[in-house]
Ligand binder design. Structure first.
Ligand code: HEM
Length: 179
């Protein structure tokens, strides 16, 4: 995955634990002091190794860590590096409808991007988000990303994974709180 994701992991660990915790984890996964380059590709295993080492160091279950990371990534990493892309939609539904196009435009500067695919359906209680990826185990991160988006778009609601679609797509229910 591109350095933007790994930099987000580093910053999330520094923010939620400490810089020395990050240095310990970095050492454990064979990294030195060099900063991540956002537009450079790193092997996916590195991100998975960082998550594994962080969960061990923090005593955190992987799903809770990934969920909190997803939220942080939207609110801090994406917001600071790609604020214009993040605020280019008029609302959450339109933004979710455009997520694949957003990744396509990101791929202009990251030509080897292997992005996930998303779809969204509006239902009475909120929205159902469909997610397809070549990678496994990232569903809790998607829940956190969607939670971050709820905050970005000032929508009151909750996110939870629900049963896969009959085509095997992962699905998430965003329930809007009624006011
Ligand atoms: C401007 C904002 C965004 C940028 C710059 C961005 C960029 C990226 C990058 C660089 C990756 C790593 C893929 C690779 O290196 O091959 C990635 C993966 C991913 N992105 Fe985005 N992204 C953005 C917004 C979002 C949003 C809003 C979501 C919300 C759901 C999202 C969901 C994901 C997921 C789940 C992955 C993990 C990879 C996978 O599931 O296969 N991204 N994105």
């Amino acid at each position: 995955m591109y350095g933007l994701v790994n930099r987000g992991l580093k910053e999330f660990i520094e923010y939620s634990a400490s810089e020395s915790t990050w240095r310990q984890i970095a050492g454990q996964v064979g990294l030195g002091d060099e900063p991540f380059v956002d537009l450079q590709q790193y092997p996916d295993e590195l991100a998975y190794d960082i998550v594994g080492a962080a969960c061990e160091a923090l005593g955190s279950p992987a799903d809770a860590f990934l969920r909190a990371f997803g939220r942080h990534w939207i609110l801090f990493t994406a917001e600071s590096a790609y604020g214009d892309l993040m605020s280019s939609s008029s609302g959450l539904y339109e933004f979710l409808e455009n997520l694949d196009r957003l990744h396509v435009s990101v791929a202009k500067s990251m030509p080897k991007l292997v992005p996930p695919n998303f779809g969204v359906e509006e239902i009475e209680a909120g929205w159902v988000v469909l997610y397809v990826s070549e990678r496994s185990g990232l569903e809790p991160m998607v829940e956190g990303l969607l939670e971050g988006l709820l905050e970005t778009f000032a929508v009151d609601g909750t996110v939870k994974q629900i049963a896969d679609s009959s085509y095997g797509e992962k699905r998430f229910l965003i329930s809007r709180s009624s006011d």
